[in-house]
Design a protein. Structure first.
Length: 387
């Protein structure tokens, strides 16, 4: 199977209230040295990625953070570095961009650098929700960004929405969905807000306070209804629901993200980037300043290198594969499993039979999937299954 490449750019203009990713607001002076370090990591460490070095790459994803903050020439240099070390003819090269960072000049430069897909962090079309979430952009920026991207030639744009932002109501959610559908992106992601205890919003939810509007977060039932209404309206509009949080027009499923759910190999570059070569998983150090230092001193930034055991691989097949609406081919997993895994699989099969009778999963004797009306509680279903 062909290889995916992920490049992490861990910088943002501000910190969203709900975010607990390893991203930081840093001086712009640090952008260029970071981009140069990534290029150097690609050049100097690509050869350590056996057995994937020199492999054919069919997807590249620059995520973050907000990679669109970097100068387009710096982004182009990263793509160029990849071209030199891999059989490079990817069908999909995605750049994550925040709406307020899209200008006509940037959009043209991104196309020239080789990007053919933009994942635009739209999140909501309601200014009160965007303001409370600490986002830099407003609804007008989303319309303008999509117009500029289309004018520059992008024919593959993904927009996302978050269900559960503070002040979200039935009306504002419905309005956000309508505006999104009006823009007709090729791909849509809908996330249910998860309140992480380490985020400012999470701390406020635990300790109390009003600064981040934790008290205005909708109830879980309301979030689930938002998600379900999105499922219905996106289906009606011709979008294929292919993963719990993702929908695409025909032929526009995200190739790169599919690799994660199918356990295909991908290599990550940059601070905090994760990799999986089919046998091992590893991550680079999270601290971006330390990452640049390591690369400058010729020290590998990799840590947490671990062999994936057959037991872990089996759990991953379920945990990741069941995020896809198609589910997993249990008959194939049973056929390929080593003798040491037979008992575990038999145990899972028993549990599946019980869960199918409760309507939590659907199983036709070969393919297993989470029941479509249980997708809002998919985490709980997975925990019960693998528990
Ligand atoms: S833009 Fe994304 S990565 Fe950056 S702070 Fe907001 S949610 Fe986190």
């Amino acid at each position: 199977m062909k290889l995916g490449i992920y490049i992490q750019v861990p910088f943002c203009q501000t910190k969203c209230t709900y975010c607990n990713f390893h991203t930081g607001v840093v001086s712009r002076d640090r952008y260029r040295p970071y981009a140069e370090a990534v290029c150097r990591e690609i050049s100097e460490y690509a050869s350590l990625n056996a057995p994937t070095h020199g492999a054919a790459v069919d997807s590249v994803y620059l995520g973050g953070g907000t990679p669109s903050l970097l100068d387009p020439s710096a982004l182009g240099n990263m793509i160029e570095a990849l071209r030199q070390h891999y059989q490079f003819d990817p069908a999909e090269i995605t750049l994550e961009a925040d709406p307020e960072t899209v200008t006509a000049e940037n959009a043209r430069a991104w196309i020239a650098a080789g990007f053919n897909r933009i994942s635009l962090g739209s999140q909501s079309f309601d200014d009160a929700e965007l303001r409370a979430a600490g986002r830099m952009h407003r609804r007008a920026d989303i319309f303008q960004a999509v117009e500029l991207l289309r004018a520059a030639g992008f024919r593959n744009i993904s927009l996302d929405l978050i269900a559960g932002l503070a002040y979200q109501s039935d009306e504002s959610w419905s309005e956000s969905l309508s505006e999104l559908l009006r823009l007709r992106p090729e791909h849509v992601s809908i996330y249910m807000l998860e309140i992480d205890e380490g985020s400012r919003l999470g701390k406020e939810a635990l300790a109390g306070g009003t600064r981040y509007s934790a008290g205005a977060i909708p109830e879980e039932d309301a979030m689930a209804e938002f998600y379900e209404s999105a499922c219905a309206r996106l289906a009606q509009a011709g979008y294929d629901h292919y993963e719990i949080s993702n929908w695409g027009l025909p032929e526009k499923h995200s190739r790169h993200n599919l690799k994660y759910w199918l356990r295909a190999p991908y290599i990550g570059f940059g601070a905090g980037a994760h990799s999986f070569d089919g046998h091992k998983r590893w991550a680079n150090i999270h601290d971006s300043a330390r990452y640049v230092e390591c690369i400058g001193q010729g020290i590998s930034p990799r840590e947490q290198i671990e062999d994936v055991t057959p037991e872990q691989a089996l759990e991953e097949e379920f945990f990741l594969g069941l995020r896809r609406l198609d589910g997993i081919d249990l008959a194939r997993i049973e056929r390929d499993a080593s003798a040491g895994l037979r008992n575990r699989i038999a145990e899972l099969r028993n549990r599946i039979t019980g869960m199918a009778s409760q309507g939590l999963v659907e199983f036709d004797g070969a393919r297993l999937r989470i029941a479509p009306d249980r997708l809002t509680v998919s985490n709980e279903v997975l925990v019960e299954l693998l528990g």
